[in-house]
Design a protein around this ligand. Structure first.
Ligand SMILES: C[S@@+](CC[C@H](N)C(=O)[O-])C[C@H]1O[C@@H](n2cnc3c(N)ncnc32)[C@H](O)[C@@H]1O
Length: 219
């Protein structure tokens, strides 16, 4: 067994390190999908993703990091792009595959740990992260950002939709604009082009929660 950020890699976690969220809750991410829809699982794509996709913001091979039950991946794939959604929660992936079959959408879903995407041996022109970055703590972020760099093509684009700390009614993992920029600006391979105020829809916010929508370029 090995340790990272106090986490233990063992068979309970399918041979991967538990994330800070899993250590904090004492539950695997998969458990979020066992008893009805998770708070973030709104049954439709995030409006921010629909908006950017409608403006041609997705190109080439697309990765949805932490895709959950796949609504964002399915939306982008329905526009004719090649999309892979990855997640550590097999229950969510099974739901995503069922939706793809029901809707007749060609899209790929695979179990993968975003901290070890090199195991897939694939690179992507566009990567989206809807609600994953903000679940990682300050120890995990540098490793996640490095892993994202290894899976994103040069000149590729990363979109991050995460909770912001600008209230009222902030989400459970509020991130400041400075924190978000700093996570990527500390690396020479990323260029943060834009961090816009946005909303992230949840099952518990009538008009969504305050969010950042970041557009980040892989140099
Ligand atoms: C807040 S949910 C968002 C899900 C989806 N993007 C959405 O918008 O509905 C975060 C997702 O990231 C997944 N996740 C957490 N840690 C991960 C990791 N290390 N590798 C891959 N997926 C992870 C969780 O299982 C969960 O499905």
């Amino acid at each position: 067994m090995a340790e990272r950020s106090g986490g233990i890699e063992d068979d309970t976690f399918g041979g991967r390190y538990p994330t800070s969220h899993e250590r904090m809750t004492g539950l695997l991410w998969d458990a979020s999908y066992h008893d009805g829809p998770a708070p973030w699982d709104i049954g439709r794509p995030q409006p921010a993703i629909v908006r950017v996709a409608s403006k041609g913001g997705f190109a080439g091979a697309v990765l949805d990091a932490g895709c959950g039950t796949g609504e964002n991946a399915l939306h982008v794939a329905s526009l004719g792009l090649s999309v892979l959604g990855v997640d550590v929660a097999e229950t969510a992936l099974a739901m995503a595959r069922q939706k793809a079959a029901d809707r007749g959408i060609e899209v790929e879903f695979a179990v993968a740990d975003v901290f070890h995407m090199e195991r897939l041996g694939r690179r992507f022109k566009t990567v989206m992260d809807c609600g994953l970055f903000h679940t990682f703590d300050a120890n995990e972020r540098p490793e996640y950002v490095a892993s994202l760099a290894s899976m994103t093509e040069n000149d590729g684009t990363l979109y991050v939709l995460c909770f912001s700390d600008e209230g009222p009614d902030t989400g459970p993992h509020p991130v400041s604009g400075e924190e978000l920029r700093a996570a990527f600006n500390t690396s020479i391979v990323w260029n943060v082009l834009d961090v816009e105020r946005d909303r992230v829809q949840t099952r518990f916010h009538d008009n969504g929660a305050p969010a950042w929508f970041a557009t980040i370029k892989r140099i």
